[in-house]
Design a protein around this ligand. Structure first.
Ligand code: E4P
Length: 215
């Protein structure tokens, strides 16, 4: 399972890049608005240049024709741009443009995304949980259907809120897990690792002190 960062913050991208595990990036209008860029397209170019992997850039148009036109423009921003669309992605797919079908909340929607030939489908686990549904169950269902049907569309588990979401997404068979910086940072953490490191260091320092005093 590839690990994507869900952000539009360049500092966060640079930090996770240093870990050597950044497989790609997902952004959305809310995340880009948070960064208050002077020029949206220039900023999107910067995001794409910073990431060695696919970068999802979301359409904001509402009408089918406008979504298509905007999708074409977004796809031309950089070679690694993936057009994120909530609906009517078929004309973009026909043009061989990589598409990420976002805001997916049901297996039925995921079947449509696969039948259309989308590159990614993004079930939003956290938002399903927030609505009183079981996001992880929906992800399992989608992964099972895709496996049985042999669909090529990649399952991109999104709206992940904590490390167990990431672990369970991997168990379910998701191809990608995208998460905010805070969740990425928590993946590396375990209290026993901190305690273990502290003890190793204390023992090492004690040994060095003893050797110095004995010399
Ligand atoms: C993914 O593509 C989305 O940008 C993201 O996962 C949404 O997460 P949220 O529900 O925490 O806003």
């Amino acid at each position: 399972m590839k690990l994507f960062l869900d952000t539009a913050n360049l500092e966060e991208i640079r930090e996770i890049k240093k870990w050597g595990v950044l497989g790609g990036l997902t952004s959305n209008p809310t995340l880009i608005a948070k960064e208050k860029p002077d020029d949206i397209e220039t900023y999107m170019k910067e995001l794409c240049a910073e990431v060695d992997g696919p970068v999802s850039l979301e359409t904001t148009a509402v009408k089918a024709d406008e979504i298509y036109e905007q999708g074409i423009r977004l796809s031309q921003i950089a070679p690694n741009a993936v057009v994120k669309v909530a609906m009517t992605p078929e004309r973009l797919v026909e043009q061989d443009i990589p598409v990420n079908v976002t805001l997916t909340f049901s297996p039925a929607q995921a079947i449509l995304a696969a039948e259309i030939g989308a590159t990614y489908v993004s079930p939003f686990l956290g938002r399903l949980d927030d609505a009183g549904a079981d996001g992880m169950h929906v992800l399992w269902e989608i992964c099972e259907i895709y496996e049985v049907q042999g669909y090529d569309t990649l399952v991109l588990a999104a709206s992940l809120r904590h490390p167990m979401h990431v672990v369970e997404a991997a168990q379910a068979g998701a191809d990608v897990a995208t998460m905010p910086y805070e969740v990425f940072a928590k993946l590396v953490k375990h209290p026993l690792t901190d305690i273990g490191l502290e003890k190793f260091l204390a023992d090492w320092n004690k040994l060095e002190k003893e050797l110095k005093e004995g010399a």
